[in-house]
Design a protein around this ligand. Structure first.
Ligand code: C5P
Length: 283
């Protein structure tokens, strides 16, 4: 029996710029994403019986059609008329509803795994098309690494840079619904982020420019809903982080630190303040 294991890394947004509203109700985005070494794992196995057998180590995860990885299996099974079954085990390590793209990364890893298991030989474009039917962050997660992502999330361009940093991730106990954050956007007043400058800074390996240009258009909206996000940012900067920013629509905040010593200081300053603190590296 063939067992395929795919790693599903979390992502952070070094930049997220909302450029306007699209006719389809979504928003035109320009983002800089980078993967970090906090990962879920998706294991798929062939089953003779025609069914999807889905399980997870995480009791909070739905193990049915509400789960994006399950949705991928259903969609691909139907689209490619697969008459055998599959068992999928999702090992969750990335916090859920955190803005770290965990669900999208699981979905992307499932697309890659099923492409192998069912020997579909899908092109990048075909995988992106399947990913977009599941969620806007899935196309980026198919390739991971450091990338500029535009459109609704379907245009992914790899950035050739030298970004290697310690990252401290802090996930508050509450979650934030991405949909409600996007619903509160006022395109006239939203703060804008210079994504092109950010990309140049990464390509040039200019960390001072990178820290200066990082930003997230959604941050003010999420902080208005949950001021605790600002408190985490302040604590990170006070304890010596080079930069601190909310990722995605939140509520997770990350700090970038050039050295491990700095990262340890940030971790220690947040102990007792937040339960979920992770020290990781960019991938
Ligand atoms: O595509 P996904 O399910 O991840 O998006 C969640 C919500 O975020 C959407 O329902 C939409 O309201 C909002 N969104 C948006 N513009 C995007 C991506 C997401 O308005 N480019």
């Amino acid at each position: 029996m063939v067992t395929i294991i795919e790693r599903a890394p979390a992502k952070i947004n070094l930049g997220l710029d909302v450029q306007g509203k699209r006719p389809d109700g979504y928003h035109e985005l320009s983002m800089v994403m980078v993967s970090v070494d906090l990962c879920d794992y998706v294991t798929v196995d062939h089953l003779d019986e025609d069914k999807i057998d889905f399980s997870s180590n995480c009791s909070k995860m739905p193990v049915n059609q509400q789960n994006d990885a399950y949705k991928v299996a259903q969609l691909m099974k139907e689209k490619f008329q697969i008459k055998t079954g599959v068992s999928i085990f999702l090992e969750k390590r990335i916090p859920v509803c955190a803005g770290m793209g965990g669900g999208s990364s699981d979905a992307a890893a499932t697309i890659r795994a099923l492409n192998q298991l069912w020997q579909l030989r899908l092109s990048q474009e075909e995988m992106i098309e399947i990913g977009m039917q599941i969620g806007s962050d899935v196309p980026y997660c198919l390739f991971a690494g450091c990338a500029q992502v535009t459109g609704k999330g379907e245009v992914v361009n790899h950035i050739d840079g030298h970004l290697s940093s310690w990252v401290v991730l802090v996930k508050p106990e509450f979650g934030i619904s991405t949909r409600t954050v996007f619903l509160d956007i006022d395109c006239e007043t939203i703060s804008r982020v210079p994504i092109d400058d950010l990309v140049c800074a990464i390509e040039a390996g200019d960390s001072a420019a990178l820290f200066a240009k990082m930003g997230n258009s959604l941050e003010d909206i999420s902080i208005a809903k949950r001021p605790f996000i600002q408190k985490i940012k302040d604590k990170m900067l006070e304890s010596g982080a080079d930069a601190a920013l909310m990722t995605g629509s939140g509520p997770t905040v990350f700090a970038l630190c050039k050295t491990e010593k700095q990262a340890n200081r940030v971790v220690n300053s947040l102990r007792g303040f937040c339960k979920e603190v992770y020290k990781v590296r960019t991938l």
